[in-house]
Design a protein around this ligand. Structure first.
Ligand SMILES: *Cc1c(COP(=O)(O)O)cnc(C)c1O
Length: 432
């Protein structure tokens, strides 16, 4: 069975005339899966429709932001009301205070935050803050964590004994990459060795506490706690990049879940309720380094945009309802256990990784902590699965390294149906 994708294919031809690869963000080009991208024209609740009127149950959710589903009525109402009074002023508004108080007053770590317009911008600013506050230059990051397209973080580990990063993108000076040290996740000894070697040079350790951009590399709580201890010992700033896990792993994100107090936390995705918002924050003390209070410059024409703020307010207000996260996690566990039961009964070399409302299908039977444990060759299975899912009305991100999300908008009917289609997809892959 193959669905009609003619309109999408036509629109993609036009898009290729205007945009590199036909897209405004690379993964959307479907280079890792079969076929051409679907052009989406509408979303409502848990479903999206493409330009050929094919309907899908969404599990991508813009890669995380739409925890409440598409066109959430409260979010739409908030945006619509705000926009009647204008779209931006370049001056403070009441809405910035409201969103900030929702976040800061309900978070165990944050005392002050600053709004920006994307996750990348939040991370870039957090690094500058860490460097400004410590007077040091080097950064430690972990292989398998993504932090947006920040120059000094688009690096991977060097080979052999070289710990300095090698840039993964053209256009990044070697001297930038050389300020970044890349380590494997879950290896305390490697970290300790680097901290000793570069004593007084490391400004910050940055990690996705729930690494969810290269598969789902759930870490042990003890490793995250170890980072805190070592940062204290060596005077480095601990940055939790919670652009995905923030407001996802509970309202207080991974910091609250793992009971670790990072010095700076970055946000994006959910915080803007589907509109472009990012944020970074920490203690009042560290945030006092930020301009105009302190010497670290950071600014934004559309920062704190009122329309985006109102989408964030309407979203976070709903997340603070009692029982919200418990019920979302229950649904996710139920959904994953149905698929897992099928996998076990058939003994497929696959397992589901799940934490909170995030899941990932690992084409391996081993628990995976590190990026290098993922076999690139296994992505051929994901490619087949993706095709099967699209043909049967289930929308996953177009790469086997991307996680899926369960949303409050998913009904139990949606999840049962999707679990069945995913199970059939696995049968289709492994019984040929
Ligand atoms: C998505 C993401 C980013 C980048 O956010 P953008 O809004 O795409 O710039 C940074 N860090 C993490 C952990 C992310 O998941």
């Amino acid at each position: 069975m193959s669905i009609n994708r003619d309109t999408s294919a036509h629109l993609f031809e036009i898009a290729k005339k205007y945009f590199p690869g036909g897209v405004n963000s690379p993964v959307r080009a479907f280079r890792s899966v079969e076929g051409t991208p679907l052009f989406i024209k509408k979303g409502r609740g848990s479903h999206i429709w493409d330009e050929d009127d094919n309907e899908f149950i969404d599990f991508l959710w813009v890669m995380g932001p739409l925890i409440l589903g598409h066109a959430n009525p409260n979010v739409i109402q908030a945006i619509t009301e705000t926009i009647q009074s204008g779209t931006s002023f370049g001056a403070p508004t009441r809405l910035e205070n409201e969103l900030a108080s929702l976040i800061v007053d309900n978070h165990p770590v944050l005392e002050k935050i600053r709004f920006v317009s994307s996750g990348t911008e939040a991370v870039m600013s957090a690094l500058r803050l860490a460097r400004g506050a410590t007077g040091r230059n080097k950064i430690i990051k972990f292989e398998g964590c993504y932090h947006g397209h920040v120059d000094s973080l688009l690096v991977k580990a060097g080979s052999g004994l070289v710990t300095f990063g090698i840039s993964t993108s053209a256009g990044i000076p070697e001297s930038f990459a050389a300020e970044t040290i890349v380590l494997p996740l879950n290896e305390p000894f490697a970290l300790e060795a680097v901290l000793q070697q570069y004593e007084n040079q490391i400004a910050a350790i940055i990690i996705e506490p729930i690494p969810a951009n290269n598969g789902l590399l759930v870490q042990n709580k003890s490793f995250l706690q170890y980072l805190r201890t070592k940062c204290d010992e060596y005077g480095c700033v601990l940055i939790f990049d919670e652009v995905i896990s923030g407001f996802r792993a509970g309202f207080g994100g991974a910091a609250e879940k793992y009971e670790v107090r990072p010095d700076i936390i970055t946000f994006g995705k959910i915080v803007g309720g589907g509109l472009p918002v990012g944020a970074y924050g920490g203690s009042a003390e560290i945030m006092s380094y930020i301009s105009p209070d302190g010497p670290v410059y950071q600014a934004g024409t559309l920062s704190g945009n009122p329309v985006a703020m109102s989408a964030g307010i309407a979203t976070l207000t709903q997340l603070l309802q009692p029982g919200f996260y418990e019920s979302l996690e229950d649904k996710t566990i139920q959904f994953c256990s149905e698929i897992s039961a099928h996998i076990q009964s058939k003994q497929y070399p696959v397992h589901l990784v799940q934490i909170d409302s995030i899941f990932w299908i690992a084409f391996s039977t081993d628990r995976i902590f590190q990026a290098e444990q993922i076999d690139p060759d296994s992505m051929k299975y994901f490619k087949q699965l993706h095709r099967h899912l699209l043909d049967n009305g289930v929308y996953f991100g177009p790469s086997g390294y991307e996680v899926g999300f369960v949303s409050a908008a998913h009904t139990s009917g949606d999840l049962e149906k999707a679990a069945q289609i995913i199970s059939e997809g696995l049968d289709f892959i492994f019984n040929v």
